[in-house]
Design a protein around this ligand. Structure first.
Ligand code: PLP
Length: 352
């Protein structure tokens, strides 16, 4: 016997590359190309003045940020859970709500972390195939299960699912918690947030990483009825109570205080995205209509892997998934118009 037989072995999630080289046009991890709101920079300056904040443990309930979210979204604070990025919130939700022994359902093509958490927590799961056009068929989620996870808009397909279809899934599965991962919802699609008081088995998860340009701050949140939130907190407080510092909470609240900047940057990305879809078509690409801050493209002639490598050689990073059904697709994050021009000029050369 060796300790090696007693180790929990997992195949981790593979994040997109974070290059050391700063010359890279980085369109591979769906970060926002614009800086966080000016109010966030101000909050950071205040933090530098008051480093006394580091001496004490933070508020385990993250009250400062929870209350700011409650005001912003007009949702009661007891319906909000805050975590260190939505990855933290989702991992906690998997651990909390998926304990039935029955398989958890999610699409075969979706955020690959769902699978990793199931493996890590030993939760059985079953992959529900997307249709040939990469759309979710809600009927396929109406089978016995131990929980459901839907990313809306879905990643990496960029396709949004309408709220009526999500309601069908929620209503057909009263014995399961349905998690709707809305990491990209501010760029398109309709949020389930208006339904948070209507369904007791709905948990909506969002993040500051994409639309609020704060991937480095690690802020994610969940909305659900108070009993769901209280179950989540019990698991969190059984693991690590003090996950989010007061200063990060302040930056989050500062971001929420600047609604105008938020709408402006989101709109800029949507406009750049829509222009990019047309431009890429002129090089022989096609893509589903995107409701996110990225495009999921395939070329009519050249293999995706070849394009990926040719772009990489030109210091332009996009995401390629060597995965069944999507290995001829690239996921391209929407950057600034200047970054996109660099992409177009490289692609016009590569596809000529
Ligand atoms: C980016 C992303 C997340 C995680 O974001 P955090 O940075 O951990 O908040 C969750 N779900 C999907 C689908 C994502 O694309």
């Amino acid at each position: 016997m060796s300790w090696k037989e007693n180790v929990r072995r997992v195949t981790p999630y593979t994040p997109g590359e974070q290059p050391k080289n700063t010359d890279v046009v980085k369109l591979n991890t769906n970060e926002n190309p614009y800086p966080p709101a000016p109010a966030v920079a101000e909050a950071l300056r205040d933090i530098a003045d008051g480093y006394e904040i580091l001496r004490k443990y933070p508020d385990p309930d993250s009250g400062l940020l929870t209350n700011a979210l409650a005001d912003y979204y007009d949702v009661d604070p007891d319906r909000i859970f805050v975590g260190v990025g939505s990855d933290d919130v989702l991992a906690m939700a998997f651990q909390t709500f998926f304990d039935s022994g029955k398989p958890v359902l999610f699409p075969d093509i979706t955020y690959s972390f769902y699978r990793v958490w199931c493996e890590l927590f030993r939760i059985p799961y079953s992959l529900i195939p997307l249709n040939d056009d990469f759309r979710i068929d809600p009927e396929r989620f109406c089978i016995p299960n131990g929980g459901i996870v839907i990313a809306n808009p879905n990643a990496p397909t960029s396709i949004a699912l309408d709220t009526a279809s999500i309601e069908t899934i929620i209503r057909s599965n009263p014995e399961s918690v349905v998690i709707v991962d809305e990491a990209y919802i501010d760029f398109g699609g309709s949020s389930m947030l208006p339904f948070v008081n209507k369904y007791d088995n709905l948990l909506i998860v969002q993040t500051f990483s994409k639309s609020r340009s704060m991937a480095g701050a690690r802020i994610g949140m969940a909305f659900g009825q108070p009993e769901l939130i209280s179950c989540l907190k019990d698991v969190k407080f059984s693991f690590n109570s003090y996950t989010m510092s007061q200063d990060v909470q302040r930056t989050g609240a500062a971001s929420l205080s600047d609604g105008e900047y938020f709408s402006e940057t989101v709109l800029r990305i949507i406009n750049t995205r829509n222009a990019a879809a047309d431009r890429l078509k002129s090089f022989g690409f096609s893509c589903p209509e995107s409701a996110a801050n990225f495009l999921f493209v395939t070329h009519d002639r050249l293999p995706a892997k070849e394009i990926f490598e040719a772009l990489r050689a030109r210091n332009i990073f996009v995401r390629y998934f060597a995965q069944d059904r999507i290995d001829n697709y690239l996921r391209i994050t929407v950057g600034t118009p200047e970054e996109m021009e660099k992409l177009y000029s490289a692609l016009s050369d590569i596809t000529k």
